[in-house]
Write a protein that binds this ligand. Structure first.
Ligand SMILES: C[S@@+](CC[C@H](N)C(=O)[O-])C[C@H]1O[C@@H](n2cnc3c(N)ncnc32)[C@H](O)[C@@H]1O
Length: 210
């Protein structure tokens, strides 16, 4: 599944067979749940979507931080991953607060202008057809909403990969920032909360240039 071609773009999507990696306890070393909450800064009552939710590694700390006081959308393009998310929700005391959403072919079936926060945790590097997709994500946000991209830094020369995606899947922060700006986002600097990942805070400020 991970080597199919899609419109000449390599398919870098996470293989659901490796789902256990998403819940490995050592993940808390590179991505501490408290740092997720600090980066997203969720407020009670907000509508928050986690795109590329997997089992909800990024989403559950946000749900718990608000004690379920918000609207939470768990979005994934993989029906298998969404089944894992549903199982997790069934076992979680606040699981009923989370709405699973299956997206397909770059279509996220959420209402335009409805989201306060959209979180892309360790998924940006998997996205295809990004110019059009990012513009569609921008339309999902309220005018004062925010998009958080949290993704893996490229490895330094000679650096060994201890976690995260393969070296050749990683995108430089500057490239991601430029793509977001091209899609019409105003990208603000964001204090660092993670050692191996960068965090970009993008707001649907400017108009798309195309
Ligand atoms: C590396 S996993 C990360 C999952 C989760 N965010 C985490 O950090 O544990 C990437 C997830 O994004 C999903 N995904 C990839 N491309 C997507 C897209 N265009 N739209 C929605 N989900 C996508 C994959 O199916 C997979 O579940």
């Amino acid at each position: 599944m991970s080597h199919h071609e899609h419109d000449h773009e390599p398919d870098r999507r996470f293989d659901p067979e490796h789902v256990a990696r998403l819940d490995a306890p050592e993940r808390a070393l590179s991505i501490p749940p408290a740092a997720i909450v600090a980066a997203v800064a969720p407020r009670p009552g907000e509508a928050i979507a986690d795109l590329g939710v997997g089992t909800g590694y990024f989403l559950w700390p946000l749900v718990e931080a608000l004690a379920g006081e918000g609207r939470f959308y768990a979005v994934d393009s993989s029906p298998v991953m969404l089944d894992h998310l549903r199982a997790r929700a069934a076992a979680h005391p606040l699981g009923a607060r989370v709405t699973p959403v299956l997206s397909s072919d770059g279509q996220v079936p959420l209402e335009e202008g409805s989201l306060d926060a959209l979180v892309l945790g360790s998924v940006y590097h998997e996205l295809t057809q990004r110019p059009a997709f990012l513009r569609s994500l921008r339309r999902l946000l309220r005018a004062e909403g925010r998009l958080l991209v949290i993704d893996w830094r490229p490895l330094a020369e000679g650096e060994e990969r201890v976690a995260g995606p393969p070296a050749d899947h990683r995108l430089a922060e500057a490239q991601v920032r430029a793509e977001l700006e091209e899609a019409g986002f105003a990208v603000a600097s964001h204090p660092e909360h993670f050692a191996s990942l960068y965090t970009l805070l993008a707001r649907p400020g400017a108009r798309p240039r195309s």
